[in-house]
Ligand binder design. Structure first.
Ligand code: AVI
Length: 319
């Protein structure tokens, strides 16, 4: 296992975080991009969310992969370079890796370095013959030439977990075009996409009884305090997540419980009682809607797998 490409320096990461938060709190409505959920603690909280009874996407997608991974690996090509975007704990990845041959290469890409290191080590122990080239990076900023040394090999991106749903549809098209440039002609994309379903099921999934999603959301405030020196009272912000049906998305917010201010880097950001920071969207797509979206980005649907209740889809796309 060797690590490619430089990790963004801690100074640069802090600057980016400060700029994004400052810009987001100046805008109306106030927003903070969801990528800042994923420091080591946030990544751990996300893993906990995935184990809750209410958060169906993880177990549903895992069951789909368990049943169909052999067929999926055949489509990927058993000697290909498999690139995983936002690999995180890479819990589902072994389901695919177990069918790849020894000359395949696995390239996990994640923004959280400790998470990337630990999960790659775990996978390397389990699949010692497989070449692994972890890359610590923000995949939204990845240039097309980021995956070097793979000339002549088929490249396929694995993007599970419906993370594409955290982009707006326009951003999703941009990202899908970027993925197309990354894998080049003949490349493929195996992607998990959460489907539209009842408001009740969706609202429960983002408001788990154990409170892991609330902690995940509020971790943003804790990060602002510890990393940026923001002065704020985290207890005075409430987790609020609901399905916005007209937009086909879950929205997550941090809602101010009172009139208050956050002080950050010499600036004061005022909040009215009930005013929110919009922290995440999670778009849901029917199989047909996603096929159409992917088409706009130049991808063609080759295969689709789903569970019997059609809660979740896994698509294989080619260019
Ligand atoms: C990573 N992403 C697909 C998750 C989702 O469902 O949108 C993030 C998440 N947010 C709250 N719970 C899970």
């Amino acid at each position: 296992m060797r690590s490619e490409s430089p990790t963004p320096s801690p100074d640069q990461e802090k600057k980016d975080f400060l700029c994004s938060v400052r810009e987001g709190l100046r805008s109306r409505p106030k927003t903070i991009p969801p990528k800042y959920f994923y420091d080591a603690h946030g990544s751990h909280l996300f893993d906990l969310i995935c184990t809750t009874p209410e958060y169906y996407p993880t177990r549903t997608e895992t069951a789909i992969l368990e049943h169909h991974s052999e067929e999926m690996a055949e489509m990927i090509g058993t000697s290909s370079t498999l690139i995983e975007l936002g690999s995180g704990s890479a819990i589902k990845t072994p389901l695919i890796l177990r069918h790849l041959s020894h000359d395949a290469v696995y390239v996990p890409i994640d923004i959280c370095e400790p998470h990337l290191r630990n999960s790659t080590q775990r996978l390397q122990t389990r699949f010692p013959a497989l070449k692994m080239q972890p890359l610590c990076a923000d995949y939204h900023r990845l240039p097309a030439h980021a995956i070097k040394h793979h000339v002549g090999r088929r490249k396929v991106v694995f993007f599970p977990g419906s993370t594409i749903g955290n982009c707006t549809p326009d951003e999703a098209v941009t990202l899908l075009k970027r993925v197309a440039a990354l894998v080049g002609p003949g490349g493929g994309l195996l992607i998990g996409v959460d489907a539209k379903k009842s408001t009740e099921t969706l609202n429960a999934a983002y408001n788990d009884a154990a409170g892991h999603t609330a902690a995940f959301n509020r971790n943003l405030l804790t990060r602002m305090q510890s990393e940026l020196g923001a002065q704020l009272d985290a207890d005075q912000f409430a987790h609020h997540a609901y399905y916005n049906e007209p937009h086909g998305r879950i929205e997550m917010h941090l809602v101010s419980r009172c009139k208050q201010a956050i002080r950050l880097d010499g600036e004061s950001f005022e909040f009215d009682e009930g005013e929110s920071i919009h922290t995440e969207n999670s778009y849901k797509y029917s199989a047909q809607e996603f096929k159409q979206l992917a088409r706009t980005a130049g991808w063609h649907l080759q295969s689709n797998w789903h569970d019997e209740n059609e809660l979740f889809n896994v698509h294989y796309l080619s260019q």
